[in-house]
Design a protein around this ligand. Structure first.
Ligand code: ACO
Length: 308
């Protein structure tokens, strides 16, 4: 028995901010943003919408999709770097709003790798038999820690949430292998002071190397070959980083999720949002081998291979 995903949901704020909108706010251009990052637009949450509101909407959909209720959940793990409060955690807010009476709840801080960290943590509880259903959420309101006067970072980020109900699955499905890692010496390249501060070039170099390596590691650990991979979901930070990882794996374009153009970098929410997009588009099908890789502040990284 493996731990796998049995329900998914996402929430995307309504407000679209295009590159052309940003041209009016700062010294940048649609051409620069598109060619350097692949981003065309992003969603920004309203002042009244908090990270836990987005997490709640995504979670409701994931529970419905899984055919369970809040009362069935044993543990809630929310990956976020933008909780509404340092405490109570977003997970505790969800615990109450979802009526998850028996659930334990805690947040995970691993920046853009957070959703993979959450899935791997859930796997341990499920496969040990300690818990049956774990709700894993990635939710971010990055707009509130974005310095809108800094064109180096402001063009990159967006808001949103994605959620997955994880539980025991059979028939060789679920998580087959994983890798988690951290390198605190790179913390200086990507951190939050009041706003997001980033050395883009250093993060870029790290990401290109780590995404490809971690993806290869989890494929090998699962006893698979790159040609066995049906679909690849990289963290959606920059199309050039994603393309480098895809080429390293020798996968064709149509086997890689690209949502960064529509949503920008939504940190911990990027992978679960992409999962929902691709499942709804019919690109991830029953029995497919799916590889997911994240990297982010910390520095952190995480990857996993699973059979859908
Ligand atoms: N519009 C126009 N010009 C810009 C903009 C902008 N929005 N931003 C920067 N520039 C300028 C720079 O000032 C620089 O000008 P200069 O040469 O006169 O100094 C020039 O464009 C080129 O800058 P580079 O840094 O060389 O641009 P690069 O091609 O490296 O792309 C980018 C920058 C997109 C930030 C890239 O480095 C990158 O994607 N890095 C990784 C970022 C990332 O993935 N972050 C993850 C964060 S995840 C998390 O945990 C939240």
């Amino acid at each position: 028995m493996n731990a796998g995903i049995i329900g998914i949901g996402r929430y995307i704020p309504e407000k679209v901010v295009t590159n052309f909108d940003l041209e009016k706010m700062m010294d940048t251009s649609d051409e620069w943003i598109r060619t350097r990052t692949g981003i065309e637009e992003r969603r920004i949450a309203s002042d009244r919408t908090g990270t836990s509101d987005m997490a709640y909407e995504a979670s409701l959909r994931a529970l419905e999709n899984a055919g369970i209720t809040g009362e069935d959940i044993d543990l809630i793990l929310t990956a976020t770097v933008t909780p509404d409060y340092s405490f109570p955690s977003v997970s505790c807010v969800l615990q109450e709003r979802l009526g998850a009476k028996k659930a334990a709840a805690m947040d995970i801080s691993a920046a853009c790798s957070g959703f993979i960290y959450g899935m791997v943590t859930a796997k341990q509880f499920i496969e040990s038999g300690a818990y049956r259903y774990v709700l894993v959420v990635g939710a971010e309101k990055l707009s509130k820690i974005t310095n809108w006067d800094d064109r180096n970072t402001a063009v990159l980020f967006g808001d949103g949430a994605g959620a997955a109900v994880m539980g025991p699955v059979s028939d060789g499905k679920g998580i087959l292998s994983f890798e988690l890692g951290a390198d605190g010496s790179g913390g200086k390249y990507l951190y939050q002071d009041k706003y997001i501060c980033m050395n883009g070039r250093e993060v870029f170099k790290f990401a290109v190397r780590q995404m490809g390596e971690s993806a290869v590691h989890v494929i090998e650990k699962a006893g698979l070959k790159t040609e066995d991979v049906d679909f690849f979901i990289p963290h959606q930070a920059n199309i050039r980083i994603m393309e480098a990882a895809r080429e390293r794996l020798g996968l064709p374009r149509e086997k890689m999720s690209v949502t960064v153009n529509k949503f920008g970098n939504t940190s911990a929410a990027s992978i679960p949002i992409s999962i929902v997009e691709e499942v709804e588009a019919g690109k991830i099908k029953d029995g497919d081998i799916v590889v997911m890789v994240g990297f982010g502040g910390g520095l952190t990284w995480g990857a996993l291979a699973m059979r859908w």
